[in-house]
Design a protein around this ligand. Structure first.
Ligand code: ADP
Length: 455
């Protein structure tokens, strides 16, 4: 069942329930009033007749005559007057005696002073009446035809009002439910239009205040994120294909040229050396890409342990020297270490080593002396690593972009690379809730500072 239908049915059922309750209360209250009023009227008639008989000394046969001749179709009461010893003193019409008084009933009236009850369609009241020191028992009975007719009329009106009301409420609630959910229907239409090729479409955010607007705002924010990551992926894929194509094309051309005609051994050797160099570039690139993919993983996919920064950097240091024997890396401890916790961070040793190696390699790569200094320090919350070189430096404009994937600065002709290293290092550091910043003076040197939280 759609929400619109559910709302319509629930709302209609709720209001119908309330209407029914109100109708029942009104009916019950009026029925009670009618009953009380009619008992009151019966009582009044009974006392009037008793007064005529006992006070005005009207002859019973005269009273009966009046009773028989009165065209009182509205109020056909039947009054009987007894003394307390159950002697009948007066009866409106003995031959149409409807209420059969008994000794027990008379005693009951004397004991309780007044009784009220129904006999079939008749309402009966029995009262103990005091007159000049004597007790009399009067019963009066009648059928409240008019009152019942009014009640039936009321029943009919209430039923009709209830039915018409429920039908009107049903259509009204259907209308309001449709109106209230219209923005959702519009949203569904709009969302159906959104595909991978038009991720720039956005939902109407309405008044920006209600729940549906909140949903649209949240959905639009999600689309923003999707669009950004979709664009980033597109850019990433095109960059990768470009990066892979360059060494592959170079390799292919080199080999094709070699194969064109018969060459001497030296030529073949040189071609093979070039091909190996291009293949190595490809291996480096694919390794970097793999690391980048790993750094992009969900946080929960990566295992985090306590890592000592000095051990990590020594490890990175020896790997860098193994790959580039001509590089020189100095290690400095800026502060005394009293507790190993001061230089321990929570992280993934493999990824952190990749990040540090990139920074150290860059420091050596972009320095004429191929030398850089790695310092270890700490504060209360973080371990601090500085990688400093006296190399070519980075221009101010480049400093804004060097952390973007595949970006290479103006100084890139100074050394080979693919522009992945820094973006990879930054991703890894951020994965560890740390920060990496750069300070560089062109021609003088560059310092990268990494903060990694202890916990
Ligand atoms: P790559 O080194 O492969 O070019 P990176 O992502 O490691 O890619 O670095 C991006 C760019 O940042 C480099 O091309 C270079 O211009 C600049 N850069 C990084 N580190 C240094 C450094 N220590 N000194 C000078 N320039 C640097």
């Amino acid at each position: 069942m759609t929400i619109r239908k559910q709302l319509t049915v629930l709302f209609t059922a709720g209001i119908a329930g309330l209407l029914l309750l109100f109708s029942l209360i009104i009916y019950w209250s009026l029925a009670n009033d009618r009953e009380d009023d009619y008992y009151g009227l019966l009582r009044h008639t009974a006392i009037t007749k008793a007064n005529l008989l006992l006070d005005a000394k009207v002859n019973p046969s005269v009273l009966q005559l009046i009773y028989r001749n009165a065209e009182n179709t509205l109020f056909e009461e039947e009054v009987a007057i007894y003394d307390t010893s159950f002697h009948l003193l007066y009866h409106d019409a003995v031959e149409i005696d409807k209420v059969k008084e008994t000794r027990g009933m008379i005693d009951n009236i004397v004991a309780r002073k007044e009784i009220r009850f129904y006999q079939g369609s008749l309402q009966v009241v029995g009262i103990l009446y005091m007159h000049r020191g004597h007790q009399y028992v009067i019963t009066a009975a009648a059928n409240d035809k008019q009152g019942y007719a009014r009640l039936r009329n009321l029943e009919y009106t209430l039923c009709l009002t209830f039915l018409v009301g429920v039908i009107l409420i049903y259509f009204a609630s259907q209308f309001f439910a449709r109106k209230a959910l219209q923005p959702v229907a519009d949203m569904v239409d709009k969302v159906e239009e959104i595909t991978a090729t038009n991720l720039d479409l956005r939902l109407n955010e309405g008044n920006g205040k209600d729940e549906i607007a909140e949903l649209a705002v949240t959905f639009n924010a999600m689309l923003d994120r999707l669009e950004r990551s979709f664009d980033a992926q597109k850019e990433f894929v095109s960059n990768i294909s470009h990066e892979l194509r360059t060494p592959l094309t170079a390799m292919l051309t080199e080999l094709q040229v070699t194969m064109e005609k018969e060459r001497d051994n030296l030529f073949y050797k040189e071609s093979i050396v070039h091909a190996i160099s291009d293949a190595k570039k490809l291996v480096r690139l694919s390794n970097s890409l793999l690391d980048l993919a790993k750094a992009n993983y969900d946080h929960t996919e990566i295992s985090f342990k306590q890592v000592r920064l000095d051990e990590l950097l020594l490890d990175a240091h020896s790997d860098v020297l193994h790959n580039h024997p001509s590089f020189k890396v100095n290690m400095v401890f800026e502060k005394d270490i009293e507790d190993e916790k001061q230089i321990t961070v929570k992280g993934n040793a493999y990824l952190l080593k990749v990040a540090m190696m990139n920074l150290v390699e860059n420091g050596c790569k972009f320095s004429p002396d191929h030398e850089c200094t790695v310092s270890i320090s700490y504060n209360e919350t973080t371990g601090i690593i500085r990688i400093q070189d006296n190399g070519v430096g980075i221009s101010e404009a480049d400093q804004q972009n060097i952390f973007n994937a595949f970006y290479r600065g103006q100084n890139s002709q100074y050394s080979r690379g693919n522009g992945i290293g820094l973006s990879l290092s930054k991703k890894i550091v951020e994965l560890h809730h740390g920060t990496v910043t750069v300070y560089s003076v062109p021609g003088k040197g560059t310092t990268f500072t990494v903060h990694l939280p202890h916990q």
